[in-house]
Ligand binder design. Structure first.
Ligand SMILES: Cc1cc2nc3c(=O)[nH]c(=O)nc-3n(C[C@H](O)[C@H](O)[C@H](O)COP(=O)(O)OP(=O)(O)OC[C@H]3O[C@@H](n4cnc5c(N)ncnc54)[C@H](O)[C@@H]3O)c2cc1C
Length: 397
């Protein structure tokens, strides 16, 4: 390879939502960016339910998801045992969608390339060395030099796992089982597609999700809050909880599975070293939370935005070697991440669920404030529920 072509301002590992977003924004700022993705798009990825507040970032990327995708009106929390149900409407200032991730991630990656990013697929990053003088990234195919490195490698968390800075977060879901299904038409199925809402079904060992998607597909998953119960395979466990749900039984009566059941374990964590000398981690490489409130893609594109804008300023002012470059933005990230983590913890404490979720209609202000958080509006002043949550006040919940 020609050495002059191996030098970039920013090198990014991982072409998922975080890496593609960061690279596009940096290219828009006028920087030379290399985006390295180990797989080839389109590739399967779980996580199809979006939050409205990804929309301002999508607008900056020049992407409109309105065409051909299913609008997500909200989130329905359902306790089939007691028959209680509450809907949080999520179409506020921004609309949002349920989007198959192979489609979503491919479009983001291609959009990055369209903005001038040099995107390499099927090229795995093996090692990144960040020193005072610059960055050297080694892949299966070559060695690249740069001024800055962004780790957007998702749950592989390239830097975090190498440096052993991944801290597991307790009290949330432990593992997830999931599968896609093709469905036909029935009044019940059509009603799900009419609202486009995600359904969260409470279960004694955790919760199930049902996400409708374009092409009459359902993404169905079970998140378990304990270790695998003894004496039952994960496949049987998944089936048992689908069978136990009257709603899922009705909706899946003539459904055809279109993917294998998959497992995602070692769930929630935070990377304690998210930034430093000439590097920053975004998306799942920075932290991952149980997906009950569909916050993953939001944090991926939002952290990518924080990092890209800050790295741009660093490069402009020759200050990209400041190890504290991201200190201010990281405070913001921590506020958002912590808020969502606390909300999820509340969700799992069964005694609190009913107050937080099912009784929310009786407390309009709380419902409005929780809805704002579920939309991704995490940095507004004046959200009293959020302030109480962060101060550790138990309040009504
Ligand atoms: C069970 C489950 C359900 C979920 N449901 C939702 C949901 O409904 N809504 C939601 O918003 N989020 C959901 N999430 C979370 C969401 O999928 C992630 O938060 C999101 O994909 C993070 O984006 P990312 O770009 O950081 O990582 P990823 O999307 O994982 O992208 C990382 C990319 O890096 C590549 N890569 C990895 N290592 C290397 C390497 N060494 N070199 C080069 N490339 C590399 C990978 O191939 C991948 O393409 C869910 C997650 C799970 C596990």
């Amino acid at each position: 390879m020609n050495a002059t072509h191996n030098t970039y301002e920013v090198i990014i590992a991982g072409g998922g939502p975080a890496g593609s977003t960061a690279s596009t924004l940096l290219a828009q700022h006028g920087h030379r960016v290399l985006l390295l993705e180990k797989e080839r798009h389109p590739r399967f990825h779980i996580g199809e339910s979006m939050m409205p507040y990804i929309e301002p970032v999508m607008q900056r990327l020049g992407i409109d998801w309105g065409e051909g995708n299913l609008r997500k009106n909200g989130a329905d929390f359902i306790d089939e045992q007691s028959g209680r149900q509450l809907s949080f409407p999520l179409q506020n200032r921004y609309g949002t969608y349920q989007i198959e991730r192979s489609v979503f991630d491919r479009k983001l990656f291609e959009n990055a390339v369209g903005h001038g990013v040099e995107g390499h697929q099927q090229e795995k990053v093996l090692h990144a060395e960040c020193t005072q003088s610059g960055v050297e990234v080694r892949t299966e195919r070559g060695v690249y030099q740069g001024r800055y490195f962004i780790d957007a490698s998702g749950r592989s968390a390239l830097l975090g796992r190498k440096r052993k800075s991944i801290q597991r977060l307790e009290n949330l879901g432990r593992f997830a089982l999931y599968r896609h299904f093709q469905v036909g038409h029935s009044p019940e199925i059509d009603a799900v597609f009419a609202t486009g809402s995600i359904k969260i079904l409470l279960a004694d060992i955790g919760w199930l999700w049902l996400i409708p998607m374009t092409g009459r597909r359902f993404s169905i998953g079970l998140v378990v809050q304990q270790d695998n119960p003894r004496g039952i395979s994960r496949r049987d466990l998944f089936q048992r909880y689908i069978d136990a749900s009257p709603l899922l039984n009705t909706l899946l009566k003539d459904a055809r599975p279109v993917s294998e059941m998959q497992v995602e374990a070692d769930f929630s964590y935070i990377n304690e070293r998210r930034y430093g000398l000439r590097y920053a981690c975004c998306g799942d490489a920075a932290g991952f939370l149980d997906p009950v409130f569909s916050s993953g893609v939001f944090f991926a594109v939002k952290t990518a935005e924080f990092i890209a804008d800050r790295v741009h300023l660093g490069l402009l002012n020759n200050a990209e070697d400041d190890p504290r470059l991201h200190a201010t933005d990281d405070q913001m990230y921590q506020t958002g991440f912590r808020t969502m983590q606390l909300l999820i913890e509340r969700f799992y404490r069964s005694r609190l669920i009913h107050n937080l979720v099912f009784e929310a209609d009786r407390h309009p202000r709380i419902k409005q404030e929780v809805t704002a958080l579920l939309a991704g509006d995490l940095w507004q002043e004046g959200n009293l529920f959020q302030q109480g949550l962060l101060r550790g006040r138990r309040g009504r919940d």
